[in-house]
Structure formats: C-alpha cells, structure tokens
Write a protein that binds this ligand. Structure first.
Ligand SMILES: [Zn+2]
Length: 277
C-alpha cells in the first residue's frame, strides 16, 4: 500500500501523512532512541500488537509518520532534482535508489527484528518513487561550516569591522561573510530562542567575595557600570555590561563559585548569604 500526504482539499497546505494499518507498537522493537522516547512520552498503556505484552504503546501510524518525515528530510525525488541520463540504471544522474534498496540498507538504523512489524512498516512506506539524498552534493550544514570558517578568516586577518561591504570578501563558492550573521539571526528566530519572561519571574544571580559583609545591597551584586566592565565575559565584550543570571539557583552557584574566589557567596533573589567552608 502506498502512503500519501493528507490534504483537506486541493491547494491546502500539507497536513501530514495518511497511513492505515491499525496496529499498536511498544518501544521494544526499534533501535532508535528518538522513536522509543517518542513512544514513551506519547503512548498509553495497552497491548503491543507485535510482542503481545501490556506496556506503553502507540498507534503504528504515529511512528510511520515520523519515519516518513525523516525520509522526506533526507531524500528527494530525482525526477524533480536530477538531470536525465539514459546511461544509468534508473535514468537519472546521481546515486538513485528505489525504496526497496533504502529499506534493505536500513538507512535510519532501526534494526527491526520482529518480522511482522518489519513487513507492516515496509508495506506502508513502500512507494514507486525513486530516492536520492538531498545532500548528495554537499549539505546545508557543510555550507554553514564553510561560511563560518570564511567569516572567521576575514575578521581575524582582513577586516575586523568592515566585513559587511558587499562584493569585497566573498569567495567563489561562498556568500558574503556577513551572511553567516543572517543565518544565525534566522535560526534564533526560527527556533524561538528569545524568551520573554513574565513580570515576577524568579531569577538568581550570585557573587563570590572575600569579606563577609562586602555585598550589602543590590548595587553590589548588580552588573557593573559599563566604564568599570574591564573584562570580557562569556557573552559580553569588555566595556559592555550584561546582567548574567539564571532561573536555577544551583546552576547559578556552579557557574560562579571558583576555588580562588573568596569564602562568601551572596545570591540575589532571595538575598541570601552563604559561607563556603
Ligand atoms: Zn512490543
């Protein structure tokens, strides 16, 4: 049986995949940690259709959808992306494989040992379409890696502050060095890495000091004014003051305490003094 992408009506954005097998599976049958954790997190107690044991199980369709997303991520259809080449086995340039070959090679290293499960998964995923790897001629990761190396080279040895001039520092196979910053910005926004905290959120900040009563108020534990900020920190350059804090007290203590840093630790919020022995 072939699997299809599910649409509400033609032209709608793609909604996912449609499979029809009707069995349940537990996490004892795949080598893959991601799939097994997914079953553990999202499954319910029930009987596994394959090993017949009562444990946490999920509809096989849910697992098939994850594998289908993986296949789409790794492979593409050579009919849309490769030049025709009558000399080759499948008629296209590149390393083209039919589904049977991909499944036999077990490219996701699933190592399914249960024969019925192996056949069920294969039957559902089987398609006539041909496959070739999207990154066969270099992946996006390779591109970013090269771009980052080029960016470092330009900033270290050519132009510390004017690397953004167009058509000045580009290489034959690379974009402008400044493009790496666009990529970083894009990733930060896409991965939702900027978090707005609600008013009243507890944050901890610690300062380790030698004299017990040295920290006697908030100004002594807040971030330094810019003109006193002489050293670079993990996220700030010298001269630019940032407020380092965390929402975990233990983490804050581990980040701050060093052997040479003095015997007292003050933690802001709540204002707490600890004598380190
Ligand atoms: Zn099972």
């Amino acid at each position: 049986m072939a699997w299809i992408k599910r649409f509400h009506k033609p032209g709608d954005p793609e909604e996912g995949y449609y499979f029809d097998v009707g069995t349940f599976v537990c996490r004892g049958h795949f080598k893959d940690n991601f799939l097994n954790n997914y079953i553990k997190r999202n499954g319910d107690r029930g009987t596994c259709s394959y090993c017949k044991r009562r444990r946490r199980v999920i509809e096989l369709e849910a697992v098939l959808e994850l594998i289908a997303i993986g296949l789409d991520y790794i492979y593409e259809d050579p009919a849309n992306t490769r030049y025709l080449n009558k000399e080759t086995t499948y008629g296209y340039d590149g390393d083209v494989q039919p589904f049977d070959e991909i499944w036999r090679d077990d490219s996701f290293d699933l190592r399914i040992e249960d024969e019925k499960l192996y056949e069920d998964v294969k039957d559902q995923l089987q398609k006539d379409e041909l496959y070739c790897k999207r990154d066969e001629f270099g992946s996006h990761e390779d591109y970013l890696h090269d771009l980052w190396s080029h960016f470092k080279e330009v900033l270290r040895h050519k132009a510390r502050f004017v690397f953004h001039f167009p058509n000045t520092f580009s290489q034959w196979n690379l974009s402008e060095p400044v493009k790496i910053l666009d990529q970083v910005q894009f990733t930060i926004i896409k991965q939702n890495m900027i978090k707005e905290l609600p008013i009243g959120t507890n944050l901890y900040r610690a300062r380790q000091h030698k004299i017990v009563n040295e920290v006697d108020g908030a100004p002594k534990i807040a971030s330094l004014p810019n003109h006193l900020n002489k050293a670079a920190g993990r996220m700030n350059a010298a001269g630019i003051s940032l407020f380092y804090c965390s929402n975990y007290k233990d983490l804050t203590v581990k980040e701050v305490v060093s052997k040479k840093g003095g015997a007292t630790l003050t933690i802001l919020q709540p204002f707490l003094k600890i004598i380190i022995s």
